[in-house]
Design a protein around this ligand. Sequence first.
Ligand SMILES: Cc1cc2nc3c(=O)[nH]c(=O)nc-3n(C[C@H](O)[C@H](O)[C@H](O)COP(=O)(O)OP(=O)(O)OC[C@H]3O[C@@H](n4cnc5c(N)ncnc54)[C@H](O)[C@@H]3O)c2cc1C
Length: 418
Amino acid sequence: MGEPVEHRDVADALVIGTGPAGLSIAAELGSRGLQVIGLSPAEPTAAWPNTYGIWCDELESLLLADMLGHRWSDCMVYMGSTATALNRDYGLIDKTKLQTYFLHRCDRHSVVWHQGTAAQINHSSDVSCITTQDGKQLTARIVVDASGHRPALVQRPPLANVAYQAAYGIVGRFSKPPIRPQQFVLMDYRADHLTADERAQPPTFLYAMDLGDGVYFVEETSLAHSPAIAFEELERRLRQRLAHSGVEVTEVHHIERCLFPMNLPMPFLDQPVVGFGGAASMVHPASGYMVGSLLRRGPILAEAIAQALNGASSPQQTARAAWQALWSPERLRKYYLYRFGLSNLLTFDEPQLHDFFHAFFQLSKPQWSGFLADTLTMPELMLAMITLFGKTTNDVRQELLKASWSDRKLLWRSLLAQ
Ligand SMILES: Cc1cc2nc3c(=O)[nH]c(=O)nc-3n(C[C@H](O)[C@H](O)[C@H](O)COP(=O)(O)OP(=O)(O)OC[C@H]3O[C@@H](n4cnc5c(N)ncnc54)[C@H](O)[C@@H]3O)c2cc1C
């Protein structure tokens, strides 16, 4: 378990990272009366680099709707010749506001931030000690690793074929609106602008929104592919798509290059460090969303940690209780079912993808929205998937049946994970 650790200045919890996962869990732990310290290479006030989209009802149910910076009611999906109105509001998080909200909560509960990069961890029977790259040591009764998709400390089994969501986006002005004014486009998989050869390549879609004052965000997105689709290819496709509609980019305000893993394996749930956020494989494996899930699951994790620390347990015992709360058997089963869904998506060609999503958005709104936000119970999720199977084409059904054999391990785990 490593070298002995001195007991000077022992905090209850040490949080690694100040992204959405780190700040939210630090605030939740602090609000339970725990003495929390945090560690990150940058100041906790350093701006988050990513733009976060979310379904508005997810924030409303958490009484956080005022964290929205933008909101759209005209939300569309385009698949081949079919246009589907989603009748569900989508929003962009005002990330400065959300970050400030968490920082204020952390301040109120006296969270102390340290600057540095976690390099090593040692555990004793009652505390864990982090050593930073520049040799500083920080000690706590439990360490929460929220350092993102390539975690500093959390260990997981290797996976050969990691599938990445990749996107290339432009925020700017255009010679004419690239989408309808005041519109949000979740997915536009229309591919008339591509040659037959290009259409045989892995499909990508347009994710786009009107940001107001003549500014739009347009992003060519690969939902998931292994290896990741290159940014150059995504940019080429985006420009080709815009040119096909007679749209020119006239001003570039910001370029977004988005890349993150979708199917990271479950971390080892018996390790003496707990993860949260990307570090804990919390990205929804079939949609790529995570922020709503962080906000819903942070209080559950913090409560489990507070209770375990109340019982004066070792880092190993506390982390075990924390992992079990974060990844309960039902959550684990859903995770494997979503991963099964993702591995299907990876095999579909363009027509199959169209048929699949066409059927998906024909599910009842509670079903498709609960699937995307990960708010369905396991029986509800199974029912949604069976309904989708019934609604889709024979071609897609055949692919799903084939996958239920080739990906039977994921399917078994979705039934049996403990
Ligand atoms: C461009 C992009 C767009 C995305 N858009 C959305 C979206 O619209 N909606 C959605 O729900 N999800 C989205 N995601 C997915 C996911 O929500 C994000 O990746 C999210 O930022 C993950 O949060 P996190 O806090 O786990 O990690 P991060 O945001 O990556 O934060 C990690 C933190 O850990 C720190 N850190 C790293 N290593 C160390 C170390 N060794 N020691 C100390 N600190 C360390 C970093 O400095 C940082 O503060 C997006 C991802 C990307 C990349």
